[in-house]
Write a protein that binds this ligand. Structure first.
Ligand code: PA5
Length: 428
């Protein structure tokens, strides 16, 4: 279960009624964008579906047959899977991939020719499967990468083999990718109509790649379902998801402009990227909203840490805190007393990391930064599922408190349209 700890200097109870109203709007579907609230029920309903069972079966098949699995997608069709895979697999997963688990690669998340060419270098000689993920089927970056990788794959495998190796996750009924994949006989998974990209990690968009990487998707769905019970509660005092939304709203109204998600574990780096997209696309509209950004501590304490401590007072901080101590490494004995670490001999590095977290929170608060903490027990599939659900729900509530539609992304669509206009001009 995910819990929330407010910065006690900011009294959020004044927003309790408003948060309860916004949460009711989410539950009852009376706000803008309410047709896109399918994510709320996924942990309960989707797990019972036939498609969910297919995910497990196809993931097993890919794990047995592939050396490399390439996930093609961008934004909401990429970040959830990457967040979970980075969090749940070994930090050096691809170096350790072998007979029973493929290396996982991500493509279509930019327009870098170099990166794509170098990916193909790495794939050479390997048994490759690809999962192209695009709800619209027309997003430039994944469409480009898919075209290139599909051509590359087609030179190595017959049309029959391609039917096994190419899996498309897209709209249920129509769209460029849907029609192409259907025509070729490729296997299809569905992005539900009522779930937007950034809320789609608990659909095949996230679940198939996560399962291929060895993530326990049953546990992930269970964690989300447990969190759902808390998030759906109607009372502010018992609903920490509402409290987080209220805290962000209160800080925004005091003039804070930026919310920094801080993590102390590199495995959570892409959860931070996912969180940035979730809040950025949901709230950043009508010239409103906290700018969501992230810092990896303690790495960034030696760069942006200076700004956090003493720069312009425009930011608050959400620390994504992991309670379980990582005892993988302890400080060894050494004949080098000069490093000043003799007193820490025998201490777990995880304990030192936790002290760094507590010290930094104290320092930042002293420096005038409001610091909130979202706490997870440990980094595993269950708690990660709970965290995804907690943030999605908090974001929906927070968006309604801000007075925006938390489920559309008209700004992203502006860029996509302009890009296609300029491309058409350059082709003319
Ligand atoms: O959250 C969103 O809706 C966006 O970030 C999309 O996921 C992203 O633009 C990719 O879109 P698509 O899945 O249609 O390729």
């Amino acid at each position: 279960m995910i819990t929330f700890e407010n910065d006690a200097r900011y009294d959020i109870t004044s927003l309790a009624r408003e948060a309860e109203d916004a949460a009711r709007t989410v539950r009852e579907g009376t706000g803008p964008g309410s047709a896109m609230r399918g994510w709320r029920d996924l942990p309960v309903t989707y797990k019972k579906s036939d498609e969910y069972v297919r995910i497990g079966a196809i993931a097993e098949e890919i794990r047995a047959k592939a050396d490399a699995f390439v996930v093609i997608g961008i934004g909401g069709s990429y970040l959830g899977a990457r967040a979970a895979i980075t969090a749940l697999t070994h930090s050096y997963h691809n170096e350790r991939a072998g007979a029973d688990v493929p290396a996982i690669y991500f493509a279509g998340k930019n327009i870098s020719a170099t990166e794509l060419a170098e990916l193909m270098d790495v794939l050479e000689g390997k048994s490759v499967y690809i999962n192209v993920i695009s709800k619209s089927g027309t997003t430039l970056e994944p469409a480009l990468a898919f075209r290139v990788l599909h051509a590359w794959l087609s030179k190595r495998y017959s049309a029959e083999e391609m039917k096994e190796r190419v899996i498309a996750t897209t709209d249920a009924r129509s769209g460029a990718l849907h029609d192409y994949a259907r025509d070729k006989g490729y296997r299809l998974f569905v992005v539900p109509d009522d779930v937007g990209g950034r809320y789609s990690v608990l659909t095949p968009v996230g679940l198939l790649p996560i399962a291929v990487a060895g993530g326990d998707i049953d546990a992930m769905m269970d964690g989300a379902a447990t969190q759902r019970s808390m998030c759906e509660g109607d009372r502010f005092v018992q609903n920490e998801c509402m409290q987080y939304a209220a805290a962000r709203t209160l800080l925004y109204r005091t003039g804070i402009k930026v919310d920094v998600l801080a993590t102390y574990e590199p495995k959570l780096a892409y959860v931070a990227e996912w969180w940035k997209q979730l809040f950025g696309e949901s709230e950043g509209k009508e010239h409103k909203g906290l700018l969501p950004t992230s810092m990896m501590f303690t790495t960034d304490l030696h760069s942006l840490g200076q700004y956090m401590q003493q720069g312009a007072r425009i930011m608050c901080e959400t620390v994504l805190s992991v309670a379980a101590q990582d005892n993988a490494v302890v400080v060894p004995q050494s004949d080098n007393a000069l490093d000043g670490l003799d007193a820490q001999y025998g201490m777990a590095m995880g304990a030192i990391n936790k002290i760094a977290e507590n010290a930094t929170i104290a320092a930042h608060r002293e420096g005038g930064v409001p610091v909130m903490r979202v706490k997870m027990k440990k980094i595993d599939a269950y708690n990660l599922g709970a965290a995804f659900y907690f943030f999605e729900y908090a974001c929906a509530i927070s968006g309604y408190m801000l007075g925006v539609n938390p489920f559309d992304q008209p700004g992203v669509d502006v860029y996509k349209k302009k890009m296609y206009e300029l491309l058409a001009e350059s082709a003319a």
